[in-house]
Design a protein around this ligand. Structure first.
Ligand code: ADP
Ligand code: MG
Length: 257
C-alpha cells in the first residue's frame, strides 16, 4: 500500500508499525485524561514513556490492550484496529504482553502454573508443552529453581521476573511495562532491568513507562514525555536528556536526574 493511501484512510493499517495511535482522546467521565495522542511504534522499537504522576502514562498504555477504552481517534495494534469488537480485542491481547508495578500474579497458583495457565487455556497448548515453554522462560529470567513455589514465597524482584516470564510464554509481539520496578527495593531493581535489557537486545518491541533514566539512556530508541494528558516532547535519548526543549520536560528532568 502506498504512503498516500495509508494516510488517506486513518484506519488503514501500516504493516511497518507495531502500534499506531492517531488523534486519540480519552475521558474518565468529565475528566479529559488523554488529549490528542499521536504515536507510531515500529516493530522492534523500544520506547520509554516518562512524566509526572497523574499525567496519563498508565492510562495511555492500558488503552493499547483495551484495559481502558478510548472515546475518540484510532488505536491500531499489529494492523488491527481496536473497536468494541471483542474478537479483535482478544486477538490484540494475545499479541500484547503487559507487566504492571504490582506483579498481579495469581497467589494461589505456583510459579509454573502462573506461567502455563494462559498458554493452556488461551493458546490450547497441551499441559506438558506449556510447562516446557514456561520452564524455558523461567530459565531466561533466571529463576527455574522457583518454579514450584507460590508467588508469596518469592522476593519482589523474583515475582516481577515471573510476571515477565508469564507474559513471554504467550509469545507476544509487543511488551508493555508500567513502572515494573517502582514497587521494588533498590537491590532488586537491577535484576528486573537486566531482564528487560536482554529482551530489548533480542529485538522485542517495547513500551516502558519508567523513571529509570539509566535504562532509558541505554535501551530506548525514543523517549516520550507526557504531561497533563498530552505527549509534550519526544526525542532520541541523547537529545532528550541533554537538550530538552519544553519547559515542563526541563523541570521534570531537573527533579529526577
Ligand atoms: P500516570 O500513570 O501518569 O500517573 P494515570 O494514567 O494513572 O497517570 O492517571 C491520569 C489521570 O487520570 C490522573 O489524574 C488520575 O487520577 C486519573 N485517573 C486514573 N484512573 C482513573 C479512573 N479509573 N477514573 C477516574 N480517573 C482516573
Ligand atoms: Mg501510572
Amino acid at each position: 500500500m502506498s504512503e498516500t493511501a495509508s494516510k488517506a484512510s486513518p484506519s488503514t493499517a501500516d504493516d511497518k508499525l507495531a502500534i499506531e495511535i492517531k488523534a486519540m482522546h480519552k475521558w474518565y467521565g468529565q475528566f479529559h485524561v488523554l488529549k490528542d495522542i499521536n504515536l507510531s511504534v515500529r516493530h522492534g522499537e523500544r520506547i520509554v514513556i516518562c512524566g509526572p504522576s497523574g499525567s496519563g502514562k498508565s492510562t495511555m498504555i492500558r488503552c493499547i490492550n483495551r484495559l481502558e477504552e478510548h472515546q475518540q481517534g484510532h488505536i491500531i495494534v499489529g494492523g488491527i484496529e481496536l473497536t468494541d469488537d471483542l474478537k479483535k480485542i482478544d486477538e490484540i491481547r494475545r499479541e500484547v504482553g503487559m507487566c504492571f508495578q504490582h506483579f498481579n500474579l495469581f497467589p494461589h497458583l505456583t510459579v509454573l502454573q502462573n506461567c502455563s495457565l494462559a498458554p493452556i487455556w488461551v493458546r490450547k497448548m497441551p499441559k506438558a508443552k506449556a510447562e516446557e515453554v514456561a520452564m524455558k522462560y523461567l530459565e531466561r529470567v533466571k529463576i527455574p529453581d522457583q518454579a514450584h513455589k507460590f508467588p508469596g514465597q518469592l522476593s519482589g524482584g523474583q515475582q516481577q521476573r515471573v510476571a515477565i516470564a508469564r507474559s513471554l510464554c504467550m509469545s507476544p509481539k509487543v511488551m508493555l511495562f508500567d513502572e515494573p520496578t517502582s514497587a521494588l527495593d533498590p537491590e532488586m531493581i537491577k535484576e528486573v532491568l537486566d531482564v528487560m535489557i536482554e529482551l530489548a537486545e533480542e529485538g522485542m518491541t517495547m513500551l516502558c513507562v519508567t523513571h529509570e533514566m539509566g535504562f532509558a539512556k541505554t535501551v530506548a530508541d525514543r523517549v516520550i514525555f507526557m504531561d497533563e494528558g498530552q505527549i509534550v516532547e519526544e526525542n532520541e535519548p541523547g537529545e532528550f536528556f541533554n537538550n530538552p526543549q519544553n519547559d515542563r520536560t526541563k523541570l521534570f528532568l531537573s527533579q529526577i536526574l
